[in-house]
Structure formats: structure tokens, C-alpha cells
Design a protein around this ligand. Structure first.
Ligand SMILES: [Fe+2]
Ligand SMILES: [Fe+2]
Length: 284
């Protein structure tokens, strides 16, 4: 069912001289979150327990997400020999677990669950497109292109199932908007921050959400261009039932772009504070 395989990537084209050191920690952290996709499939299969069609789709989806983790993890090991993808992921799994004991979606409805999934796929699709365009390293470029295409297909998959449930559950526009906005807001929670910690920091360093989210976002947000936000906003609009291309979507994209630039600069300032040597003690 997969559209590509890790072995098909042209690993022999890897060019160490083209590796941007700012991208390496992002790739390592993303590998953790992607690899964790099979846990999310267990949760989805419980939420949609009487829907075998969707359960099968969720299983296939998870196989692709896990492969994203494996491809990014392997690139992380090639770019930084000595880094251990499996060991980093074990650390991540030991410290970060999603709640699998769900009988119903944490989003309040199945339609809501699927809208939240659409938001995640919008985010990943835009992110890998942005990373792939930014990197000069040919293997990472290829991986990002392959992953971004998968993420866009995932968006369409969840969107189609969402439409089916929307007809049944009749979630209001405001309810849909609330779920979408809520899920977007969660991107700065522990899932990514802790992934950054486990894949980039020594186990002896205690986890700090603020330090790690700044480490991740301060770098990641720098790779976006306005066109990525514009396209992403179209997907968000489509998922909540608004016209994806129009004045309102343009306006929202411009607002989101301004917000992203502001957040990016704040995270970068936090990164600089982190990197700065502590102030000298007053001479006695
Ligand atoms: Fe993915
Ligand atoms: Fe995906």
C-alpha cells in the first residue's frame, strides 16, 4: 500500500557539504513524532471501533507515518554519524505516550477527530514542503518531497472521511472551527518539544518545555515562506467548510504569516539567550 520505500531513496547521493546544521536537529525531532504514528492508529481504531473501512485506512496511514520516521531517522544518522535513531526513539517512547484508553475522541466527536487530523496533515504537508525547498542536500530534498506528497494524501483521506461523518453528526461551523484552532494551538505542546529533547539533548540534561520548543520552533519557523502559509490556510479553510481561495482566506493567511514571524523572532531571541554565556560574576 505504501507509495515508496526507504530503500528506494537515493542514499548514495548524500552530500555532507550541503547539510545545513540548523536542519539536522529538526529532522531528528520530526523522526520521533512520525515514528510514534502507530500508537495514534491504536487510538483511532478505538475511536472508530465500528467502522472497519476507516480502521483499515488508519492502519495504512500509520504504516506510512512510521516510514516517515524511519526515513528521517536514517537521514539523521547519515548526517550525524554517531547519532542513534532507535535509542533516541526509545527515550521518546518511555517519556511521551498518548492516552490509548479512549472510547471516544478527545475532540468530542468523530467529525472533530477527523478535522484535528486534517490540521495535523496540513501542518506536516506544509512543513516538509518548506524544508524540502530550503535544503540543498539532495537526499533530504528527496525525502521531504516524498513525505510531503504522503501528507497531502493523508489530508485528503481524513477530509473524505470527515465529510462522511459531518453528514451524520452535523457539527456546526463554530464547533469545527474550535476543534481546528484548538489542534493548531497544540503544536507548541510537549509532543514536539519532548521529541526535540530526546533526539538532540544529552539524557543528563533535564527536560524543559520552554527551552526545547524554542530550540525546535526557533529553527523550524525560519524555513517557512509566505506561499507555504497561504497554501496551508487554504487547506484549513477547506477542512472547516470555508472557501479555500478567496479574500477571507488571503486575509487569514496574511494574519497567520505575521503571527508566525512574530513567534519565530521570539523563539529565536529565547535561543540566543540560551546560547549566551552567563553574565560574569561581579569582580570582588
Ligand atoms: Fe508523516
Ligand atoms: Fe501524515
Amino acid at each position: 500500500m505504501k507509495h515508496w520505500r526507504v530503500e528506494q531513496v537515493s542514499w548514495d547521493r548524500f552530500d555532507p557539504s550541503k547539510v545545513d546544521p540548523e536542519i539536522v536537529p529538526l529532522v531528528k525531532a520530526a523522526a520521533m513524532v512520525e515514528r510514534n504514528g502507530d500508537d495514534y492508529a491504536i487510538y483511532l481504531k478505538r475511536v472508530f471501533r465500528d467502522d472497519p473501512d476507516f480502521q483499515r485506512a488508519a492502519e495504512n496511514w500509520a504504516v506510512e507515518e512510521v516510514q516517515h520516521g524511519d526515513a528521517l531517522g536514517r537521514w539523521g544518522e547519515v548526517a550525524d554519524p554517531g547519532w542513534d535513531y532507535r535509542a533516541a526513539f526509545e527515550r521518546y517512547r518511555a517519556g511521551y505516550r498518548i492516552d490509548l484508553d479512549a472510547n471516544a475522541s478527545i475532540r468530542g466527536s468523530r467529525t472533530g477527530e477527523l478535522i484535528a487530523r486534517c490540521m495535523v496533515e496540513t501542518g506536516t504537508s506544509s512543513y516538509y514542503t518548506a524544508l524540502g525547498e530550503a535544503t540543498e542536500e539532495p537526499v533530504l530534498k528527496e525525502i521531504c518531497r516524498l513525505i510531503a506528497a504522503d501528507e497531502y494524501r493523508h489530508f485528503k483521506l481524513f477530509y473524505d472521511h470527515m465529510k462522511r461523518y459531518l453528514a451524520r453528526e452535523d457539527l456546526s461551523f463554530l464547533q469545527r472551527l474550535k476543534v481546528a484552532a484548538g489542534r493548531i494551538g497544540e503544536s507548541e505542546d510537549d509532543e514536539l518539544a519532548f521529541a526535540y529533547h530526546c533526539s538532540n539533548e544529552d539524557p543528563s540534561i533535564p527536560y524543559s518545555h520552554d527551552r526545547c520548543i524554542a530550540g525546535y520552533m526557533g529553527r523550524a519557523m525560519g524555513f517557512y515562506r509566505y506561499r507555504h502559509i497561504e497554501r496551508g490556510m487554504g487547506m484549513v479553510f477547506k477542512a472547516v467548510g470555508l472557501e479555500p481561495r478567496g479574500r477571507l482566506s488571503d486575509l487569514a493567511a496574511r494574519g497567520a504569516w505575521r503571527l508566525l514571524c512574530w513567534r519565530r523572532d521570539r523563539f529565536r531571541a529565547a535561543l540566543r539567550r540560551e546560547a549566551a554565556p552567563p553574565p560574569l560574576a561581579q569582580a570582588a
